[in-house]
Design a protein around this ligand. Structure first.
Ligand code: ADP
Length: 368
């Protein structure tokens, strides 16, 4: 197995499109790292450069102790699973899985052993004689993964492998790929645009935007300590609420006010020093929907609650999402399922101020 290192990696496509800008990343041996970000942020390009399917414009890629910039894909000891599975339609499942090994002239007995082992792990032994067109989407997906497993590569690369599956199957396959990682103990790099997939699967997550790595961290560190507004909003569902407002007061009594006075929140003592230079200035306040809770008495507590009309109530079964209009700014809250909030009625929500985040309105970097 192996670590993968990207050093000052850049990709410039014809037309001067800079898809990846100076990426630095070390994926440790046996680590499961997820590259996540919105469409077009450069995730696939990065993965394809690691695979050797895309030329590197600048920088270096190391797999294990080898600089692989000029090593052809077949000699990189990696296996890639694609979004569209890329199975050979005229071959049986067995042959699809065996084909790569046959090309590499592995002994027949070894190929048989590996294919049967992989099929066993993936629960597709009874499908080995079928052709891809006689398989469901989920089964094809397993064959595509099986084809990667039989190679016993140093590194597995996954490019949005679950995108073509329905929601339920996606959740199931997510867990299966995580189990596979535990079992094979190999280095895996996984690309997705889905932050839930990233959060649930990755040991560490790389968040990208516009070709730039924004943050590399363990899932909960990303959630609790986002480095900027983009990461804060991208990780977590429903997304973090961002309110534009101003800070007033100094150390003794610092307030965040927004929405023409509809929001007047007391900044916790632990944050005041870091926010000192923003006194009297504009700032962005980030509040996660789960840090807004329904006030049981429906009486406004100055400094820690917000009152605003409910625009939409979405019962989710296990909880309720409320969409409120806070002085023209839309705010989402997650509250307990046993409540009966009414649309159109003003509602009082308590804010867990210890968990709020503040961002600089110009740089959008986290202040606290
Ligand atoms: P992602 O996987 O995050 O959706 P990509 O890596 O596919 O993003 O693309 C990153 C950027 O590079 C996008 O702006 C995309 O339009 C551009 N791009 C991707 N492939 C090519 C190509 N072959 N030629 C020119 N531009 C490309």
């Amino acid at each position: 197995m192996a670590r993968v290192e990207l050093r000052n990696l850049r990709k410039i496509y014809p037309g001067n499109i800079e898809a990846v800008k100076n990426a630095n990343l070390t994926v440790e041996d046996r680590e499961f790292v997820v590259l996540v970000g919105p469409s077009g942020c450069g995730k696939s390009t990065t993965l394809r450069m690691i695979a050797g399917l895309e030329e590197i414009s600048e920088g270096e890629i190391h797999i294990g102790d080898t600089l692989v910039n000029d090593v052809p894909p077949k000699d990189r000891d990696i296996a890639m699973v694609f979004q569209n599975y890329a199975l050979y339609p005229h071959m049986t499942v067995y042959k699809n899985m065996a084909f790569g090994l046959m090309l590499r002239k592995y002994p027949k007995a070894e190929i048989k052993k590996r294919v049967h082992e992989a099929a066993e792990i993936l629960g597709i032994t009874d499908l080995l004689d079928r052709r891809p067109k006689a398989l469901s989407g989920g089964q094809r997906q397993r064959v595509a993964v099986g084809r990667a497993i039989v190679r016993q590569p140093k590194v597995f690369l996954f490019d949005e492998p679950l995108s073509n599956l329905d929601a339920k199957l996606r959740v199931q396959m997510r867990a299966e790929i995580s189990k596979l990682h535990n079992r094979l103990q190999s280095t895996m790099i996984y690309v997705t645009h889905d932050q839930v997939e990233a959060m649930t699967m990755g040991d560490r997550i790389v968040v990208m935007l516009n070709g730039v790595i924004q943050q590399v961290d363990a899932p909960l560190d990303l959630y609790h300590k986002p480095v900027n507004k983009f990461v804060a909003e991208f990780i977590g569902s429903p997304p973090m609420n961002i309110l534009g407002g101003e800070l007033f007061g100094q150390n003794g009594d610092m307030r965040f006010r927004a929405a023409a006075g509809a929001v007047d929140l007391c900044v916790p003592a632990s944050m005041r020093e870091r926010l000192g230079s923003y006194a009297g200035k504009k700032i962005l306040c980030g509040i996660r929907p789960e840090d807004l809770s329904e006030n049981e008495t429906q009486i406004v507590h100055p400094g820690t609650s917000i009152e605003a009309p409910i625009e939409v109530v979405e019962p989710m079964g296990s909880e309720i999402y409320l969409y409120l209009n806070v002085g023209g700014q839309s705010v989402t809250a997650r509250i307990k399922a046993d409540r009966e909030p009414k649309e159109g009625v003003p509602h009082v929500l308590d804010v867990n101020m210890e968990n709020v985040h503040f961002f600089d309105p110009d740089t959008e970097l986290t202040v606290v």
